[in-house]
Ligand binder design. Structure first.
Ligand SMILES: Nc1ncnc2c1ncn2[C@@H]1O[C@H](COP(=O)(O)OP(=O)(O)O)[C@@H](O)[C@H]1O
Ligand SMILES: [Mg+2]
Length: 390
């Protein structure tokens, strides 16, 4: 019954949309010589055509994508097919709505014929092809109600499918349009990959500059002073060399961290899900993972996601007192989302020099966003989104 109701609503909806289609198409054609008006009309046509596409894809259960590859143009084939459909949707929509509405009204009239008959003026009440003008005829007509009812339940769905098929024939992109859209998408994704590699390079350069480079400079100075002191005060010089050795060990450690930070080997080998699983396995508190990342992403994006997860998990272990960490990592083809929640005490606050600030900085390079929600008393949720195409 639900389905019958939905079919009726769809048929009536298409009827109204069809009513709008003809004036819209007419208005567009009339406005064609006036550029700005025409473009505004075409934009409107596209919206209405997209509405028809969504309805058709609902009815048929297959996606009907838009064929447009840029801003509205008067000389685009898709524009003309949209117009053709708007014109066609007028009779098709109205006919479909009339059939669906007529069948339902007919079924109800048959069912209630004995009640309606006494009040109907002569020559008017014809729920079927004959006039119902007496009670016996009215009762006979009730027998037809199930048949008309069955038609009311089934026919509108068929009419809707037929209309959706015609719509798809006109409104779905042609092979050439599909190809053009795909090329556009690939170009955009290539740009994102190039951009994110450049951003990653900038970050590495900055990290090298702020960390090891500064320390190596001061190490060289320390050794220079020690050299000067070697003859006059060997004891002090010796102490400075020992200090310098300690600093050298620290720089080494920093460099090692940095290299690990550039691209952890497990990330290169097993991708984001594998690397995240490895971290979760070694975690001091239990971690529930919900991973949905089909295929590989660009290395820079993978490491961005990895570091957000790693930082949020480390924070949960270090600061939160939580007993459970829940993380979801999903990639839907255009955006990578990493969300890490702990059930600890909350109150996380990104501060200068902290890890949370660090991931904010890292993500801004990719046009990504990270939000930290951490009311006092918990829970803490770190949520990251980065646009990327796999
Ligand atoms: N999951 C969390 N639960 C409770 N407090 C947190 C959490 N994460 C971070 N904090 C608090 O926010 C501060 C800032 O975190 P962060 O920027 O990661 O710096 P760091 O971890 O280096 O101290 C932490 O010092 C801690 O007090
Ligand atoms: Mg931290």
């Amino acid at each position: 019954m639900n389905r019958a109701w939905r079919d009726l609503l769809r048929a009536v909806g298409a009827g109204f949309a069809g009513l709008a289609g003809l004036p819209l198409a007419f208005g567009t054609v009339v406005s064609l010589p006036i550029c700005p008006v025409a473009l505004a009309m075409i934009r409107l046509d596209r919206r209405v055509a997209d509405w028809h596409r969504r309805r058709a894809s609902e009815i048929l259960g297959t996606p009907v994508p838009s064929p447009y590859s840029g801003p509205p143009r008067r000389d685009e084939a898709a524009t003309w097919r949209d117009l053709a459909w708007l014109v066609a949707s007028f009779p098709l929509g109205i006919a479909g709505a009339a059939i669906a509405g007529g069948l339902w009204i007919g079924a109800l009239e048959c069912l209630f014929a004995p009640l309606i008959e006494p009040f109907a003026p002569p020559g008017v009440f014809t729920p079927l092809i004959y006039e119902v003008d007496s009670q016996p005829v009215a009762w006979l007509t009730v027998l037809a109600a199930p048949i008309v009812g069955l038609a009311a339940v089934t026919v509108p769905g068929l009419v809707n499918r037929l209309r959706a098929r015609l719509a798809t024939a006109l409104l779905a992109p042609t092979e050439a349009e599909r190809l053009r859209i795909r090329v556009g998408r690939l170009a955009a994704s290539r740009e994102i990959v190039v951009d994110s590699s450049a951003a990653e390079l900038r970050r590495i350069e900055r990290d090298l500059h702020d960390g090891p480079q500064v320390r190596l400079v001061s190490l060289a100075m320390q050794l220079g002073i020690a050299e000067d002191l070697l003859d006059d005060d060997p004891a002090l010089a010796r102490k400075m060399v020992v200090d310098a050795k300690g600093s050298a060990g620290e720089v080494l450690g920093e460099l090692r961290d940095l290299v690990r930070g550039i691209h952890p080997p497990v990330l290169a080998d097993r991708g984001l899900p594998g690397a995240v699983e490895a971290l979760a396995l070694n975690s001091a508190i239990p971690v529930t993972l919900d991973l949905n990342v089909p295929g590989r992403l660009s290395p820079a994006i993978e490491s961005a996601g990895y570091f957000v997860f790693a930082e949020a998990l480390t924070n949960a272990i270090k600061h939160s007192g939580a007993t459970l960490v829940t993380a979801t990592i999903t990639h839907d083809g255009s955006t990578l989302v990493v969300s890490v929640a702990d059930n600890g005490r909350g109150g996380a606050e990104p501060g200068a020099g902290g890890g949370l600030r660090g991931i904010e900085r890292r993500l801004s390079a990719f046009d990504g966003r990270v939000t930290v929600s951490s009311p006092v008393g918990g829970p803490t949720v770190v949520h990251m989104e980065v646009p990327c195409v796999s």
